[in-house]
Ligand binder design. Sequence first.
Ligand code: GAL
Length: 322
Amino acid sequence: MARASLLLALLVAAASAPAEGARVPVDAAGNATLGARREALENGLGRTPQMGWNSWNHFYCDINERVIRETADALINTGLAKLGYKYVNIDDCWAELNRDYQGNMVPNKRTFPSGIKALADYVHGKGLKLGIYSDAGTQTCSNKMPGSLDHEEQDVKTFASWGIDYLKYDNCNDAGRSVNERYTRMSNAMRKYGQNIFFSLCEWGNENPATWARGMGGNSWRTTGDIADNWGSMTSRADQNDRWASYAGPGGWNDPDMLEVGNGGMSEAEYRSHFSIWALAKAPLLIGCDVRSMTPQTKTIISNQEVIAVNQGKISLPLVCL
Ligand code: GAL
């Protein structure tokens, strides 16, 4: 298996070396206007693929402010933060199902009683950054929170006022409205009120977002549906993602979904391959396990500085592999 993994990694490396200077994007319909807006929307973030942690792959909806705080502590204590893992990203299920009387999103009172601003302050105090999640529809994918459709400006203002550094923007419950309309609305809101917020589009690759997300100010865009913690799922995400390699570059990255390393469904060799392939593909390195209790083997894989350098640097990929 290890040999097969290495071979696969080599093949992916050869095929997915990102272009120096990304191709100028057009939207799904070949519309040049979106491409022309690229410069105006450039927010200066994502010069290299984002690194950090996200709650979904391990915790799903079972999150609370203690988990987030302890994860921030663990990123520092394990040395992972020093290696570049800076974003602490809260995924779905952080909010109350209903907005307040002014239409604002409200952190879940039971699981996030101190509020998101307090969490951002805590995370920032450690030199880390806080990410949050919303959806380009009427409700998020868990159906346990409101989405931001038709509340885009209000929600971005809220996130900015809390000190949020990163927005993952999902694609469920679209109310029959087009991807283009829904993501353009959020793109405009981000341009107005969220210029310092990393914009991560989670459209699952349905309408080839590699060709238009950069034009919407996207710093990364999902190229695939959700990863599962097994070899077949992981390699198929890698294959689907590889098709878009030439669109990746400073400011905007292909995202084949978050890491499963350490969640238990693959062997150590398979996780090593998973991490290596993501590094080679210039994918976001968003840890998806519980870093508070990860094994030494998991820590060794995700702390490999040479592999991280491949992801974050301008190294000739096939040479590094050999
Ligand atoms: C999916 C998304 C996952 C996770 C989940 C939350 O659509 O791809 O990464 O965010 O929603 O409900």
